[in-house]
Design a protein around this ligand. Structure first.
Ligand SMILES: NC(=O)c1ccc[n+]([C@@H]2O[C@H](COP(=O)([O-])OP(=O)(O)OC[C@H]3O[C@@H](n4cnc5c(N)ncnc54)[C@H](OP(=O)(O)O)[C@@H]3O)[C@@H](O)[C@H]2O)c1
Length: 329
């Protein structure tokens, strides 16, 4: 039986460590779809998993990587034939089930999303969980009737992976996009190219209980904590805020006034266990609207062995755009 490489997380006395190992198909879990994995990526959650923060891994050793992109190698499911380009995002990859930092993976068919044309394999990995979640957030704004032409839509953490894709999608859909970033000097030009109408510094954070001037028709927030509380307090009457991240913190020191006096909606976005229909809808939006050539400009490819150290730079908020992992390099 042929062996393949996998990058595993192990727990020891000194905390979590990672190592490259050789595995065979006999080591793969049960599942009706086996994938020849071509690419994975480094998301904020990959950084959390590899560093051991929050103890997200349920058993050890565990193959890391919350995303995978590759072709179906073996399948018992008619609509997932051999050779089909597919992706798996979340679903417990690398916390409960061996993930995408390996050349082979086996999963239940319900987890698999076919990659829609014209998205190619590398672009699908560049999108990854960050981009697909950004698409879920944009879908939530659409579902809550935040319309292009209806006023400015804010994206926080705009130079990060999810923020960049949110800016691209909203810009392509014709929204007035205000991109908020802590790296305005370096990133302004790039964010304008991605589709931002205006680039601003990080928000001046309001005190808990302070109602700000109503500015935003909608927002995609990747930060949580006081940033999300501030966004809620600055959202216009009837607006919607899609909360998808916690890069600033998991707390929410907010008050109810934006909800009860401005009718603001707080829409929660989960990518890990999102149902298949929502996944396909998000990927269809990406296929329709994302400029893949521009996405390539903010994508860096790193070899498998480098993924752990890059996870730490993502946690430090130092990565721009998307990091793709070449699992064969
Ligand atoms: N809901 C879900 O299912 C789901 C799915 C994917 C991701 N997420 C979450 O979404 C967030 C973004 O993910 P990502 O992959 O885009 O991460 P990322 O590439 O690291 O981007 C996060 C961005 O947030 C900003 N930032 C970081 N630390 C900050 C701080 N202390 N204060 C203010 N801004 C800060 C930085 O943007 P600037 O430099 O532009 O300021 C950074 O680039 C993460 O919290 C992640 O866990 C959730």
């Amino acid at each position: 039986m042929q062996s393949f490489r996998a990058l595993e997380v192990e727990q020891g006395d000194a905390g979590y460590t990672t190592r490259l190992v050789e595995r065979t198909d006999a080591d793969l879990p049960d599942g009706d779809v086996t994938v020849d994995v071509r690419w994975s990526d480094v998301n904020y959650k990959d950084g959390l998993i590899i560093s051991g923060r929050f103890d997200l891994v349920r058993r050890f050793p565990m193959t890391a990587g919350i995303d995978l992109v590759g072709t179906v190698a073996e399948s018992t499911v008619a609509d997932l034939p051999t050779g089909l380009l597919v992706t798996v995002n979340g679903q417990g990859l690398s916390t409960d089930h061996p993930g995408g930092y390996a050349e082979r993976a086996r999963v239940p068919h319900g987890w698999v999303t076919p990659v829609p044309e014209p998205i190619d394999d590398l672009s699908a990995a560049a999108i990854g969980t960050a981009g697909y979640t950004a698409a879920l957030a944009v879908r939530a704004l659409q579902e809550h009737h935040v319309e292009p032409g209806g006023g400015p839509v804010l994206v926080t953490g705009a130079a990060g992976g999810a923020g960049s894709v949110a800016v691209m999608l909203l810009g392509a859909l014709g929204y007035e996009v205000v991109a908020s970033t802590g790296r305005r000097e370096q990133e302004e030009k790039s964010l304008l190219r991605l589709g931002a109408t205006t680039v601003v510094d990080r928000l001046d954070l309001l005190e808990a209980g302070q109602l700000g001037r109503a500015k935003w028709a909608g927002a995609v927030d990747t930060l949580g904590s006081r940033a999300l509380a501030t966004v809620l307090s600055e959202t216009r009457y009837g607006g919607t805020v899609a909360a998808m991240g916690m890069a600033m913190g998991v707390d929410l020191p907010a008050f109810v006034v934006p909800f009860i006096s401005r009718g603001v909606t707080l829409a929660g976005i989960d990518s890990v266990y999102a149902p298949a229909a929502a996944r396909r809808s998000a990927w269809a939006l990406l296929a329709e609207r994302l400029d893949l050539a521009v996405l390539r400009e903010i994508t860096e490819i790193v070899p498998l062995a480098e993924a752990p150290e890059r996870g730490n730079t993502v946690l430090a908020g130092q990565v721009r755009g998307r990091l793709v992992v070449d699992v064969r390099a």
